[in-house]
Design a protein around this ligand. Sequence first.
Ligand SMILES: [Zn+2]
Length: 187
Amino acid sequence: MKTIERKIEIKGQEIPYLLKRKWGVKYIRLAVSRRGELIATLPLFSQTKSLENFIESKTNWILEKINQARKNPPGLLQRGNRKKYLRNKERAREIILKRLEYFNKFYRFQYKKVSIRNQHSRWGSCSSKKNLNFNWRIIYLPQKYLDYLVVHELCHLKELNHSAKFWKLVAKKIPDYLSVRKRMLKL
Ligand SMILES: [Zn+2]
């Protein structure tokens, strides 16, 4: 697949877009990414002229989508892609294992597998089978948030809920967890 950066003028605005040509694609496809980039995917041998006509027929939709994306800048959890995930996965694992070991000297809970995932919805989770999952994007987290996250998932090994008992357990290592949690929701 080849990607070229191009520009097109829509209603007096110069709009940059990524042009991709892909084997197996039958029709022109337009998409606006969460970051507000316009992406056009074309069949391998189609003309650029037909793309420009197509874009012109969709100008309202495109401008609306781009404005939407600009109004809601992507949070930390929306950043990065699969390539970055693969590149940073082991680094994330190393960081997480170190902090798990550190805090578990205190808690002494049993856990099985630690997985590093590429999700856009959550920083971490704990399963009833006592497996811990963390998002690779923790590499971007300030230490304070990272520690809160690790303690949070660790405590789920004991309390698989968000009860008062659970928070009491968290507070043993992160006394100001409430404010950390609030700030983390805005990342
Ligand atoms: Zn939780």
